[in-house]
Design a protein around this ligand. Structure first.
Ligand code: ADE
Length: 224
């Protein structure tokens, strides 16, 4: 699967994709993540990509031209399944959205900044608008990294244990049960006996009960 991310801050996206699962997915050829500097598509001397809003008001607005030429260049090279704009007024990211997007082949992600982007970019090019939560960040770069991570870990072959993405919290309707590792006793704080018992069926039952209880307390909305 290929992601093309369009941003004015490419440096902000270097580290998130250079480690761990995302790095391995790229090395294995399962994910290709290409970051494009929007300023390279500006025709201004200063490489500016924003301008004053028509009608007045505070803040600068990112203009249509650099986005349009970057998108058009990419579209000449391959077909895209979605062109996603990361924005706090988009639909809230859920596991189901990540699942759905993980079946796509090529996706473009637009990262906005300043006061916003010219509405015509959204009207003419964007196929989907996604928010990562009800709070406002300085730009769409961190949300883009979050979205790519949520999708790439679902791609077949990315996780060592193929079942582990399926057993994540939110994949079923329950949150995960608590997990423990050695030592079995840390300063008197003990791991639940059942997990040391070796009794697989009883452990599975305990985990289910714990998951149900945790979901009931933390996220009762998931049980409805
Ligand atoms: N850009 C700024 N804040 C955002 C958010 N919460 N989700 C997606 N994009 C954003």
């Amino acid at each position: 699967m290929r992601f093309d991310i369009i941003t004015v801050l490419p440096g902000l996206l270097e580290s998130p994709f250079a480690h761990s699962i995302l790095q391995r997915a790229q090395k294995k050829g399962l994910a290709e993540i290409v970051v494009h500097n929007l300023r390279d598509y500006s025709t201004h001397k200063q490489k500016s990509v924003d301008d004053y809003p028509y009608g007045g008001g505070s803040g600068m607005v990112m203009g249509i031209e650099p986005f349009a030429s970057c998108i058009e260049k990419l579209r000449k090279e391959r077909e895209y399944d979605e062109l996603i704009f990361l924005t706090p007024d988009g639909e809230t990211l859920k596991q189901t959205i990540a699942n759905e997007l993980s079946s796509k082949k090529n996706i473009i992600l637009l990262c906005g900044h300043y006061k916003g982007i010219d509405q015509r970019i959204r009207d003419l090019f964007v196929t989907r608008e996604i928010s990562i939560g009800d709070y406002v960040l300085s730009g769409g770069e961190l949300p883009a990294a979050v979205l790519v991570d949520a999708i790439v870990r679902l791609l077949p072959g990315v996780l060592n244990d193929e079942t582990s993405a399926l057993s994540d919290s939110f994949q079923g309707e329950l949150l995960d049960a608590p997990v423990y590792t050695r030592p079995a006793d840390w300063n008197g704080h003990k791991v639940p006996d059942i997990l040391l018992s070796g009794h697989e069926a009883k452990i599975a039952e305990w985990r289910y009960d714990q998951a149900l209880e945790r979901t009931r307390i933390r996220r009762p909305d998931l049980l409805k």
